[in-house]
Design a protein around this ligand. Structure first.
Ligand SMILES: *Cc1c(COP(=O)(O)O)cnc(C)c1O
Length: 406
């Protein structure tokens, strides 16, 4: 990273008042949605400095979600790599992934805004489940928009959402996947802004969502920063996390952005390899464009049409990435790499066998990167990896991959 760029990031004042991270972010929406976004922004400004909100968030984070999650020293991974590897155990959160940190924060906001109905988009169903969980806990009506194709592929999560009392509405437009579900949720929101709260699942969408979701997920990095200092006496050399929309990554990374000596690596889904065209690496293989109310790196054809994505991990299968990550890529503060489906599966097997922890296929991308790059890193480095979720949801995919029928 160049010196001049360090200066521009410190002090860190992003996003600006209009939600821009440099050229990225913003609020590219229909006029009819502006009042709802302004109402949300005002509500967020109000709770941001509010001690009673923070206390409420911390109380549910502790007793309901199970925070703080451990920072676990993975001794056998460490031995295998010649480094000191620590795993931030978001897989131990209630519902099995980091997503619930954000839905907790947003549902508490919905309550303060006196909204009775909550809507969400979901791809693999993890954010839908986390939203449905919080709505069940607080007695709110919940409707989740999900592409028909994803409903077919992720039937277990559809069933979980229904058990939790949510209505799951299929979306048949476009490729009938996550991006279409998000379009549909935005459309629904326009028609019912009075009583409806839209809970977005990652650090994407129009301002103030990327800011809000980053702040709620930053609990991961705040805890990890204290834990790693306590356990090793210093800050880590590397942070690594998988990147779909970017919420688990930014949640870990954000509290370390000013620590110039900490190297930060985001791992995108390389699918069959970037040169194959079958992947979901928005930064590695995309260009800046506008989607879902924000400007960011996107996978698109020369006409700017969004192209179909592929990843073995449903949670990384999104054609875009949050605007702040696009900005931090451009500023040189975060290095983005990608690993293929095959390398992610190798990371999955590796962690399962060496540490007795079955990771989500999303998180397995970060492990796959460590596995293939460990030798190239400075010896005996302290490495913190975000273990964003557990792998139970992926058993079907893993069995298929190994040609086993369950
Ligand atoms: C959804 C999900 C991701 C990807 O989303 P981000 O916003 O990039 O974090 C990663 N890991 C798990 C376990 C997920 O459920």
């Amino acid at each position: 990273m160049k010196k001049s760029q360090h200066r521009s990031l410190s002090p860190y004042r992003f996003p600006d008042k209009k939600g821009h991270f440099g050229e990225f972010g913003g609020r590219y929406v229909a006029e009819t949605l502006m009042p709802a976004l302004k109402e949300l922004e005002a509500a967020y400004q109000k709770i941001k400095g509010d001690a009673s909100f923070r206390k409420e968030f911390q109380s549910y984070a502790a007793d309901y979600v199970g925070r703080p999650t451990p920072l676990y020293f993975a001794s056998r991974l460490s031995e295998a790599t010649g480094h000191r590897v620590y795993l931030k155990r978001e897989d131990l959160c209630h519902t099995g992934a980091h997503k619930v940190n954000n839905t907790l924060g947003q549902i508490l906001m919905a309550l303060r805004m006196k909204k009775k109905r909550v809507i969400a988009e979901t791809g693999a169903g993890q954010h839908g489940v986390a939203t449905a969980t919080m709505c069940a806990r607080f007695g709110l009506e919940c409707e989740v928009f999900m592409g028909d194709e994803d409903i077919r592929r992720q039937s277990l999560n559809v069933f979980r959402m229904k058990l939790l009392g949510a209505k799951v509405t299929g979306v048949s437009s476009g490729s009938a996947t996550l991006k279409d579900a998000m379009n549909e949720a935005l459309r629904d929101w326009i028609t019912r802004v009075q009583d409806t709260y839209y809970c977005i699942g990652t650090v994407a969408g129009p301002h103030p969502y990327p800011l809000m979701v980053r702040d709620f997920q930053s609990v991961i990095g705040k805890e990890a920063r204290k834990q790693v200092q306590k356990q090793t006496g210093r800050l880590p050399d590397y942070l690594m996390a998988c990147v779909g929309g970017g919420s688990n990554a930014l949640g870990l990374f954000f509290p370390f952005l000013q620590d110039k000596r900490v190297k930060i690596i985001g791992v995108e889904a390389g699918g069959d390899g970037l040169s194959s065209g079958r992947h979901a690496a928005a930064i590695g293989g995309g260009k800046p464009g506008v989607l879902h109310g924000q400007k960011s790196y996107l996978l698109q054809d020369p006409d700017g049409q969004i192209i179909p994505t592929h990843s073995i991990s449903a949670g990384l299968d999104y054609p875009g990435v949050g605007p702040e990550l696009s900005f931090l890529h451009q500023a040189g503060r975060i290095d983005f790499v990608s690993v293929t489906d095959k390398e992610a599966m190798a990371g999955f097997d590796w962690l399962t066998r060496l540490e007795g922890i079955i990771p989500a296929l999303e998180s397995a991308h970060a492990l796959g990167f460590l596995k293939k790059s460990a030798k190239k890193l400075k010896k005996n480095s302290i490495i913190v990896i975000n273990l964003s979720g557990r792998g139970d949801k992926d058993m079907g995919t893993v069995a298929d991959y190994h040609g086993v029928s369950l």
